[in-house]
Design a protein around this ligand. Structure first.
Ligand code: ZN
Length: 445
């Protein structure tokens, strides 16, 4: 892959990371953990992510009111199975944690197959896949199985059913990494940590965010970055409820999810539609990923729904590849290591860091010479725009002229790049050269 053009001002650009292998390695460590909305699975997940990017953990007690919600009981599970009368396990939690409906209440009883079958969920289209189901707020229990497993349950026979779970007063756990920049203005990057053994829909977001954190930590940053790892929906709501007086710090935000499959990148705009982060994402994708999709906000999908609810209306978009529910393996045992690739994870991280590069570097300049073009030749900034000039040089030359022409204190570099139809990095490089020659200075923010 060719090196992306460098953006010089804030240290090295965050180009292709080559971290796909390491991200898969972290994913393999996270995969077996039985995560849910609350419980030790979330804590263990956070502990493993902490090895990549240091996290601060917050525990919020069961029963704490969160807007229209309440922090639920904490759920933990150690074992579960369905066995026949000889003790042979037909369904075993130890083989896949997807076998138990998330938040199942504890059960130990004998029952007829006909009655038990009502508690079994299979995949509607794929008989060999185990579906992933939850019942967070329903006070019920159930098993998720393949069609073959369900067919083994004879309606007239008796079975023993065991779910060794605990639903009790405890805590909801979320974790944050705060990576300080030169300003207190924050970029919020958020993902969820509540799915059990599912690779694309959940683990991909966790590992990409963790490695983004590691890369950002190594950099001199303009913005402060807040990486939030929390259980879906109620996690962001809990965080929002506890940080209401500091939300005006959030300048930009991106929810990262489903970023490991081979599908093209999708960016979903914030509710505002044309926030700076929306424009930065559209610009990066348009110039680097011709097969990508930019979609308008809709009030369904992932945790952007909470950040973009009308009372907050934060400039938070969502980065995915094949979005929630749009790949056949979604919420099933087939969302595993056959679906995700190191290359896709790496590419997603690259896109995320590319958008961050633009946000970091997007500045408004004022030209020190507003009347006529300055004489570029004597400053070594003028090359003939004519046949035979290399294309990259020609782009740079045009970027110089656009950056000067729009240096009226009203246009940011992203405005310049959009209007010029040039990659942001080229425009930023031109602005650097002009600033070095004292032809541009930063407008007061
Ligand atoms: Zn999901």
């Amino acid at each position: 892959m060719p090196e992306a053009p460098a953006v010089a001002v804030n240290g090295p650009a965050l180009g292709p990371s080559g971290s796909g292998g390491e991200m898969l390695e972290l994913m393999r460590a996270l995969y077996p953990i039985c995560r849910s909305l609350t419980g030790d699975g979330v804590r263990e997940t956070v502990r493993l992510v902490n090895a990549v990017v240091p996290l601060e953990v917050t525990e919020v007690a069961t029963g704490t009111p969160i807007f229209d919600w309440t922090v639920p009981m904490e759920w933990n599970i150690t074992d579960a199975w369905i066995a026949d009368t000889e003790g042979r396990r037909i369904v075993d939690f130890r083989e896949s944690n997807l076998h138990v409906v998330g938040y199942s209440t504890p059960v130990r009883e004998r029952m007829r197959g006909a009655q038990l079958r009502e508690r079994l969920h299979t995949h509607p289209e794929q008989p060999d896949w185990i579906p992933a189901r939850t019942a967070y707020w329903a006070n019920t229990w159930g098993f998720c199985v393949t069609e073959a497993q369900r067919d083994e349950i004879e309606p007239g026979c008796e079975y023993e059913v065991f779910i060794d779970s605990r639903l009790e007063d405890g805590h909801l756990t979320y974790a944050e990494a705060v990576i300080p920049g030169r300003t207190k203005k924050e970029v919020l990057l958020s993902t969820y940590v509540c799915h059990p053994s599912l690779c694309n829909d959940n683990l991909s977001g966790i590992v990409v965010l963790a490695f983004a954190g590691r890369r950002l930590k190594a950099r001199d940053l303009r913005y402060t970055y807040r990486l939030l790892f929390s259980p879906g929906t109620v996690g962001p709501l809990t965080w929002l409820a506890r940080n209401g007086d500091r939300l005006d710090r959030i300048a930009h935000g991106i929810v990262v999810a489903c970023v490991g499959d081979p599908g093209p990148v999708t960016y979903k705009r914030s509710r505002r539609g044309h926030a700076e982060v929306d424009r930065a994402a559209a610009h990066v994708l348009c110039h680097s990923r011709p097969d990508s999709a930019i979609e308008d906000f809709v009030p369904w999908g992932g945790d952007e729904r909470q950040f973009c609810s009308p009372g907050f209306d934060l400039p938070v978009g969502a980065l995915t590849r094949s979005a929630h529910g749009r790949f056949p393996e979604y919420h099933s045992s087939a969302d595993n290591f056959d679906l995700v690739t190191g290359g896709s994870l790496d590419d997603s991280l690259d896109v995320l860091l590319g958008i961050i590069d633009v946000l970091e570097r997007n500045t408004t300049y004022v030209g020190t010479n507003q009347h006529g073009e300055p004489q570029l030749g004597r400053r070594g900034l003028y090359g003939e725009i004519s046949a035979g000039v290399p294309r990259a040089e020609e782009s740079f030359q045009r970027a110089i002229l656009w950056a000067l022409n729009l240096a009226d204190g009203k246009h940011s570099l992203l405005d310049v790049a959009e209007r010029a139809g040039l990659p942001f990095a080229v425009v930023a490089r031109a602005a650097d050269a002009l600033a070095d020659a004292d032809l541009l200075r930063e407008a007061a923010r």
